[in-house]
Design a protein around this ligand. Structure first.
Ligand code: SAM
Ligand code: SF4
Length: 465
């Protein structure tokens, strides 16, 4: 039975107090924490404080090396690939950092019709995508929330040859319990919602009007989603609004709270950094900017703290930052993204976009780059379709069992992509990457991978274990 909620989700007093104390790096303590992290059991807030104080190059390298170890033990070389689909940029809120904010007159507004959503889906399918993250501002056309539900049905319904979208994740404003139930019935993958900042004072300074100005409504949304039976939820912070160290400790507090109350933490954590946005001057001058080095430190600490939670990095970041972050812990990336409704199927500029992208490359280029670095792009949707979600997924992920499935499924979906969608050059690099990955697998996953690959070569599609 579910525990009633009596405790605060974020232990703000403790976080504020510990951050007030000046703390310098302590190499003995840091090494103790890194040893603990290598046991793959995660870290607590106190451990995170020790790691956040690291400044010197040698200790930073030790932190990165521990993060690489943990990433490799749990995720191997796989990187899951997805694309966001922006269906509407209408919004009633006034988030000072976002181009979609209600008062911004600098962008064209539109909500895609269901036909237009089908065209966007077709464009994504034709480039080889299998996973879509549906995104919208907080104001729907006259159908209200049914607009989102219809959009999900539309995306799942489109087929092109052997191509289809097999998992729709959703990033829309907090919903009521009843709306979450309806979302569950649509068989979505992950419901994703970023708190933006966990700091109440900063939150109220940057969310000036609309429903989103209500901090508690947003913070409690993940509870409502889990109560409604959605199994996979994703949380995140918009870095740049408040001290990143505060946000990291608050994120951990939120995760521990969810684990205590629901017996399961988030499936993913996203780490967007504030990017310039048209008509939102604040986005170009973040109140708490975070430099690249601290950003990578943050990714590494997150990897060690919550080893079994996926870390998502979007095309907000440049190719270089993305490349360096794969090794440190990122396990899912978007590729070939557009952040304006209609951006995939229509030839137009980026008017109507939510923010500027750091990575403008096509899916084919990203896949080639990732594979040439020895990472294996995965389009797998096996777990979700076999019901390995929520607590079941975590039970299996924790002892490391999930790799028996993920490696073969990653390999077979990558081969499917290479055969059906890749350019010649990408196919060459990709097949080499698959060969190298297979040679490093244990006997059992290698045998399973070979079987799946034979089926793909025989013309079968969508095979997984
Ligand atoms: N409107 C809903 C909401 O705010 O929760 C969902 C979609 S919103 C378009 C998705 C996310 O975009 C926000 O949660 C926020 O973190 C991010 N975002 C907004 N403005 C941004 C900017 N200038 N740079 C980077 N990310 C931004
Ligand atoms: Fe609207 Fe979301 Fe942008 Fe805020 S972040 S203005 S709620 S789309």
């Amino acid at each position: 039975m579910l525990m009633p909620r009596r405790e605060p989700i974020v232990n703000d007093k403790y976080i504020t107090q510990v951050l007030r104390r000046e703390r310098s790096e302590d190499d003995i303590w840091v090494r103790e924490i890194l040893d603990k992290a290598r046991e793959l059991k995660g870290l607590n807030q106190s451990d995170m404080i020790g790691l956040m104080a690291i400044e010197s190059e040698p200790l930073l390298n030790e932190l990165f090396s521990a993060a690489r170890y943990v990433k490799n033990e749990i995720y191997g070389r796989r990187l899951v690939i997805f694309a966001p689909m922006y269906v509407s940029n209408l919004c009633k809120n006034e988030c000072t950092y976002c181009a979609f904010r209600a008062k911004n007159k600098d962008i064209e507004r539109r909500s895609l019709t269901q036909d237009e959503i089908a065209r966007e889906t077709l464009a994504l399918i034709s480039s080889g995508h299998k996973r879509v993250l549906l995104v919208a501002g907080e104001s729907y056309p006259k159908q209200g929330f049914n607009y989102v539900l219809d959009a999900i049905d539309t995306i799942y319904s489109v087929r092109e040859g052997s191509g289809e979208i097999r998992r729709v994740n959703v990033n829309v404003a907090p919903l009521t319990a009843d709306e979450f139930l309806q979302l569950k019935e649509r068989k979505i993958g992950t419901y994703q919602l970023f708190q933006e900042t966990y700091n109440r004072k900063v939150y109220s300074q940057v969310h000036l009007a609309g429903k989103k100005a209500d901090y508690n409504w947003r913070l409690s949304a993940i509870d409502r989603a889990l109560e409604a039976g959605l199994n996979d939820v994703g949380i995140g912070v918009l870095f740049g609004l408040c001290d990143w160290r505060y946000e990291m400790l608050a994120l951990k507090s939120h995760i521990e709270y969810l684990e205590r109350r629901f017996g399961i933490g988030p499936h993913t954590v996203s780490v967007p950094r504030l990017e310039p946005a048209s008509g939102s001057p604040m986005a170009s001058r973040p109140p708490a900017p975070i430099d690249d080095k601290s950003f990578q430190k943050l990714v590494a600490i997150l990897r060690l703290s919550v080893p079994y939670t996926g870390i998502i990095m979007s095309t907000r970041e440049t190719p270089n930052i993305r490349r360096e972050s794969f090794a440190l812990g990122v396990s899912q990336i978007s590729a070939g993204s557009r952040t304006n409704p209609g951006g995939y199927s229509e030839i137009q500029g980026d008017n109507g976009s939510q923010f500027s992208l750091g990575d403008h490359r096509s899916l084919d280029e990203v896949v080639r780059d990732v594979a040439s670095m020895g990472y294996m792009p995965s389009f797998c949707t096996g777990c979700y379709r076999l019901g390995r979600v929520g607590a079941d997924f975590m039970d299996m992920a924790r002892p490391g069992d999930i790799r028996r499935h993920c490696d073969p499924n990653g390999i077979s979906t990558f081969m499917e992509y290479l055969k059906d969608f890749a350019s010649e050059e990408t196919r060459r690099v990709g097949e080499q990457c698959i060969q190298n990955t297979m040679s490093q697998l244990d006997d059992e996953p290698r045998r399973i991978s070979e079987k799946l690959l034979t089926r793909i070569h025989d013309g079968k599609r969508d095979v997984y274990c």
